[in-house]
Design a protein. Structure first.
Length: 97
């Protein structure tokens, strides 16, 4: 799946079936269902999951919690817009598939 394919999938009513849970979480976030995105992310281990978790808490406005998760992800607190960071994360996750 390419980034464009993933972005185009946002016009659908459910996430693509051929993507991993991190992309599913990012799909739900882009659709405006933060709670569902967060719930999916909580069940995943690893630095990429921590990065998504950090982004979600940053979006929520909880910078303290976001800082904790950025640290777990081995990342600095993002200074990008939320939209830019979402795109960077999606592209990074897709590249690992």
């Amino acid at each position: 799946m390419t980034f464009i394919d993933f972005k185009n999938s946002l016009s659908q009513n459910s996430p693509p079936k051929n993507v991993d849970d991190l992309l599913t979480a990012l799909w739900y976030d882009a659709k405006g269902t933060w709670e569902k995105a967060h719930k999916v992310t909580q069940n995943i281990e690893g630095q990429d999951a921590a990065w998504v978790h950090a982004y979600l808490h940053r979006k929520e406005g909880d910078s303290g919690n976001a800082s904790y998760w950025y640290s777990r992800a081995g990342k600095s607190f993002s200074n990008k817009t939320l939209e830019e960071e979402w795109e960077v994360i999606v592209k990074a996750v897709i590249a690992k598939q």
